[in-house]
Design a protein around this ligand. Structure first.
Ligand SMILES: Nc1ncnc2c1ncn2[C@@H]1O[C@H](COP(=O)(O)OP(=O)(O)OP(=O)(O)O)[C@@H](O)[C@H]1O
Ligand SMILES: Cc1ncc(COP(=O)(O)O)c(N)n1
Length: 263
């Protein structure tokens, strides 16, 4: 079995963050480990408060995993600010895991800032150059690339721009656009399109986390990038289709239903 590590925030309501990542890692047959970057008091409707994890224990958690266990792939999710970004970037440069997938989490589905906007420069300078794959949504692309995104052509131009910043691969998620759920992958040479039907639901809490951790697990298992993304999107679409109407706001994706037991 391959070992996957998530470095991300804790969502006590279980739909996003490390909780979504660990459920996805397990459902896809990998061994999941988690380094907590922040504790978020949140639910399907709102973010109440955030406590950043002290940098020393953030670094110690990463050391504890890497000094003992072989890590096939790392997923990086919420990093709340400059200090945590610098620490994680330095540890990733030190341990050089074979795969690093980063979801540059900025705002929760239910609203609420999860990243200090002042950390944008650090994200661009220290983290984007070390990642195997960056998976921004449309608002995140607009902030990182500094351009408005309305069309698939805009997505292409922004993907090229983010690749230039140092990400080996870029997957722009089109969930925030209208029409079918269209995502675009750029590997520096080719563009790959991934389309799925848009499911009419408000239960989309954790979709970005689920997709990026599914890609991480698939890469850990040895798939090439386009296959890892295609399979992860299949997984995610079913997890949204069977999403759980839990809570008063955006319910979570569902990792355990008949589809997975049969696949
Ligand atoms: N209603 C939907 N039906 C099917 N797929 C969807 C739907 N909404 C989003 N997706 C897909 O889910 C993935 C995440 O997309 P999105 O652009 O919403 O990212 P995100 O904003 O990071 O997610 P999150 O909702 O977790 O913040 C993409 O593959 C997107 O195409
Ligand atoms: C700890 C944590 N990490 C990430 C997200 C983003 O997920 P979503 O945008 O689906 O709410 C979240 N809400 N909480």
């Amino acid at each position: 079995m391959k070992n996957c590590l998530t470095i991300a925030g804790s969502d006590c309501s279980g739909g996003a963050g490390i909780q979504a990542d660990l459920k996805t890692f397990s459902a896809l047959g990998t061994f999941g480990m988690s380094v907590v970057s922040a504790v978020v008091a949140e639910n399907t409707s709102r973010v109440i408060s955030i406590q950043d994890i002290d940098v020393k224990i953030l670094e110690d958690q990463i050391d504890a995993v890497f000094e003992d266990i072989e890590v096939a792939a790392v997923k990086v999710g919420m990093l709340p600010g400059i200090e945590s970004m610098r620490a994680v970037a330095a540890k990733l440069r030190e341990y050089r895991p074979p795969v690093i997938v980063m979801d540059p989490v900025m705002v929760a589905t239910g609203g609420g800032n999860l990243m200090n906007p002042e950390a944008l420069g650090t994200l661009k300078k220290e983290l984007i150059p070390v990642v195997t794959l960056l998976t921004p949504n449309i608002p995140e692309v607009e902030i990182i690339a500094g351009t408005g995104i309305r069309t698939q052509e805009d997505m292409k131009a922004a993907a090229v721009e983010i690749h230039r910043m140092g990400a080996q691969n870029v997957l722009i998620k089109g969930g925030h656009l209208e029409g079918e759920a269209y995502d675009l992958l750029y590997d520096g040479v080719n563009f790959y399109s991934f389309s799925a039907e848009r499911i009419d639901t408000k239960n989309t809490h954790g979709t970005g986390c689920t997709l990026s951790s599914a890609i991480t697990a698939n890469l850990a298992k040895g798939m090439d990038m386009p296959s890892a993304v295609a399979e992860a999107k299949r997984y995610l679409t079913e997890a949204i289709r069977h999403g759980l109407a839990i809570g008063k706001g955006h319910g979570p994706t569902n990792h355990f239903h008949e589809f997975y037991r049969m696949n």
